[in-house]
Design a binder for this molecule. Structure first.
Ligand code: ARG
Ligand code: GLU
Length: 733
């Protein structure tokens, strides 16, 4: 993600100290003491802000890991054991899977450290410290500068700052803008590069319910996998090597398997990716009425085409399972987002809030003079951007995600522009990646998708200059367009003669380049891409820098207009804390969803042989025998639960902690009715979904028989009153 850097000179955030409505929000760990701790205590937190984040001592922060910069994971043993989601470790599990050793299907459990599997490219980052560097970033920046001048000045400031700091430390350093560039924070981290796979349940547990249950509560998925960080002799990050030893973390989490109750305090500590809490009402309306529906409509068509064949044919289902899952994930989220925003009347709510804001500004003429126009300017800019954004989304959805041939042809683009010496190498690497492309490709499906979707894209291209080849297509009658599209597939050398094509790439790259340049699918795909980058993105980028600047001003104005309220920065893939309570919700009139699911619910969804709801016999046996070991709750086995923690994509794999900071669950999803929380969090229905830690321990221990892993963990003693607990002690405790 790219963050543009804009800000207002000399303004620093003074956060007010109110314990009010908060709960919503993803908070910066080192500001918890100042902003949130008081409220968290009233909600049931027993630890201190210093326990959560400490500059000088070990704290929970040291156990939180950015897993491959996309998910979160947490350290759960003194020997670097790492817990994250099954869907976060999916590609690693897949990469070790073969037909003989199908770990995705059967699960995988290393029986000793020697059996743990290395994963080139996988990284695990731990934050060492965060530091506000706003003053340094904004040095010599003033209100008179143009947007471009400001950008350059800040960039130079940050480069100088980082250059100086890098001389003093081995840590990986970066500076991240918060509040659209009103604030800058330096993040220092250690990035470990030897992260090995230790265990994963079969997909029938780790991905149980797959796409049908994705984003859905009640949920019954055991979405976890286990890795281990390896370090060099000095406990430092090191390249993959047999000489590395298990990492000894400054802190690992204690697990609490004693259960919890409705309304118990929980917090989620992790790396949320992106939210948009400060959008003005009209841009929320654009999302609900224009952007989401346009993207959903394209994916509706695509998913229907894929689904029809996947249901008929097992081979196609396997080929397209991952593609289908990733296309349907956002599609389903957007659908939930629209419903949630409409049902909670989010647009009217934002409008009312904006009115309140304007009234508050008006009471202070000086403020009004300075910020009175910000909101309207911002709204106007979003309207100005709307047509280009819509066009842009059509390229992304159709030209990129929706068409595999086009995406593939784009990969030859760099070959056509490179010097002769470099060409051979590039061509060879293209040749090497062909097998992967063909392996999971179905021409018929791709052709169907192109015929169904490309005309929509062609009709949407409006921003000049429009490439010649697209203009020609726009002037064709639908029938002729169809013929043209059909020919792209018929005439494609890549598709028609894979063997010859691979040979040509390897043996005669010059000829291959000539061939590619004449290929119509290549020409069209490059024209579409160039138009996207050079015309649409250029225009959107320019508008975005103005938008970001105004968004930043808007947040400052909000701060000043409502000095009693705390505002949290939008998620930006930095370390954050969210907190809430274990809680159910009412998705519809007269329907109440409870907060906890059980193994009985897993069994109730069982469909033998189904690709989403099949189950391993062993799990069924354990259920029938109520053989839950020490992990059950009376005669029930807890599976998943929900709470009101404000989370988003990137929080997958984040630990859910109880009031004592002990691990009780593993975050992996949100409820469908509440996916709108990225834009407008609503306590009445926004819930995050977690796997209960007891289910994870049960699967590791009783299902997989990997009890030796359990021995590595710190599991809090049961604190129920037992016979040898003196009565006074239990009362005082
Ligand atoms: N919805 C969850 C998250 O965004 C899980 C996604 C993976 N699972 C799936 N069935 N696609 O992103
Ligand atoms: N599954 C999401 C992820 O991969 C987390 C769910 C969400 O978006 O809240 O990060």
């Amino acid at each position: 993600m790219m963050f543009k850097r804009y800000f207002l000179a000399g303004v620093l955030f003074i956060f007010s100290l109110t314990s009010s409505q908060a709960r919503e929000g993803m908070w910066i760990p080192y500001l918890i003491g100042q902003l949130n701790a008081a409220e968290m205590k009233t909600m049931g937190m027993e630890i201190t802000a210093e326990d959560i984040y400490s500059l000088n001592n070990s704290s929970l922060k040291d156990a939180i890991v950015h897993f491959n910069f996309g998910c979160t994971a947490e350290l759960i043993s003194s020997k670097g054991l790492l817990l994250t989601n099954h869907h976060c470790g999916y590609s690693q599990i897949q990469s070790h899977s073969t037909l003989e050793n199908n770990y995705l299907k059967e699960g995988f459990w290393a029986m000793s450290q020697e059996e743990e599997l290395k994963n080139p490219g996988l990284v695990a980052a731990i934050v060492k410290y965060m530091e506000d560097v706003t003053n340094e970033a904004l040095q010599d920046v003033n209100d008179q500068m143009s947007a471009a001048e400001r950008e350059v000045q800040i960039k130079n400031n940050l480069e100088a700052l980082l250059e100086g700091k890098r001389k003093e430390t081995e840590y990986d350093l970066s500076v991240v803008p918060f509040f659209y560039g009103n604030q800058y924070i330096l993040v220092a981290r250690e990035v470990f590069k030897d992260v090995r796979l230790v265990g994963a349940p079969p997909s029938s547990i780790g991905k149980y319910g797959a796409d049908t249950d994705n984003w859905i509560w009640p949920r019954h998925t055991g979405d976890f996998s286990i890795f281990r960080i390896y370090a060099g002799k000095e406990n430092q990050p090191a390249d993959i090597s047999d000489d590395n030893i298990p990492y000894r973390p400054a802190r690992h989490l204690t697990i609490n398997a004693n259960g919890f109750d409705l309304n118990d305090f929980t917090m989620v500590y992790g790396f949320p990716g992106r939210t948009q809490q400060y959008l003005p009402s009209n841009e929320v309306a654009n999302t609900v009425d224009v952007y989401d529906p346009a993207r959903i409509a394209v994916r509706d068509v695509l998913l229907e085409i894929l689904d029809a064949k996947m249901r008929q044919d097992e081979a196609t289902r396997i080929k397209y399972a991952t593609k289908y899952a990733s296309i349907s994930n956002a599609w389903k989220k957007w659908k939930g987002e629209i419903i949630g925003l409409k049902e909670t009347k989010a647009i009217a709510g934002k409008e009312a809030f904006e009115k309140q804001f304007t009234e508050a500004l008006k009471k202070r003429p000086q403020l009004f003079q300075k910020y009175g126009d910000v909101l309207n300017e911002l709204k106007n800019l979003y309207e100005e951007r709307k047509p280009v954004m819509l066009e842009r989304y059509h390229y992304i959805e159709i030209g990129y995600y929706g068409n595999e041939l086009f995406r593939h042809m784009l990969s030859y683009r760099s070959m056509a522009a490179v010097s002769e010496e470099k060409l051979a190498k590039l061509a060879e690497s293209r040749a090497g990646s062909l097998e992967r492309f063909y392996k999971n490709y179905d021409v018929e499906l791709d052709r169907q998708a192109a015929l169904a979707l490309l005309p929509t894209y062609i009709g949407q291209v409006k921003t000049e200059p429009i490439p010649q080849i697209i203009k020609e297509l726009q002037n064709m009658k639908p029938e002729k367009q169809g013929k043209f599209i059909g020919k792209l597939f018929e005439k494609s050398i890549v598709l028609n003669d894979p063997v010859k094509w691979q040979e040509m790439l390897e043996e005669n790259p010059e000829k291959a380049v000539k061939k590619v340049k004449k290929d119509k699918a290549y020409q069209l795909s490059v024209a579409m891409y160039d138009h996207f980058i050079e015309v649409l993105n250029a225009s959107v980028d320019e508008m975005n820098s103005r938008i970001d600047h105004l968004q930043g001003q808007y947040v400052i104005a909000l701060q000043k207009a409502f000095p009693d309220r705390d505002f949290y920065p939008d998620a930006n893939s930095t370390l954050r804390v969210a907190y809430g309570k274990v809680d159910g919700y009412e998705p519809r009139d007269a329907v109440y969803y409870q907060s906890q699911t059980y193994l009985s619910g897993v069994i109730a969804k069982y469909i033998p042989g189904d690709y989403e709801f099949d189950l391993p016999q062993k799990l069924i046996d354990l259920y029938n025998n109520k053989d839950y070991g020490r992990w059950g709750e009376e005669d029930k086995m807890p599976v998943c639960f929900i709470a009101s923690n404000h989370t988003t994509g990137g929080n997958s794999g984040s630990p859910a902690l109880n009031g004592r900071g002990e691990l009780i669950g593993l975050n992996f999803d949100r409820v469908w009715e509440g996916t709108m929380s990225d834009i407008n969090y609503d306590l009445s229905r926004c819930r995050n979904i977690m796997v209960d830690i007891r289910y994870i321990l049960f699967i590791v221990d009783k299902f997989a028989g990997a009890g030796y892993l359990i021995d590595e963990l710190d599991i809090a003693e049961n604190d129920e009153i037992t016979e040898d607990t003196p009565l006074e002690e239990s009362i005082e405790g």
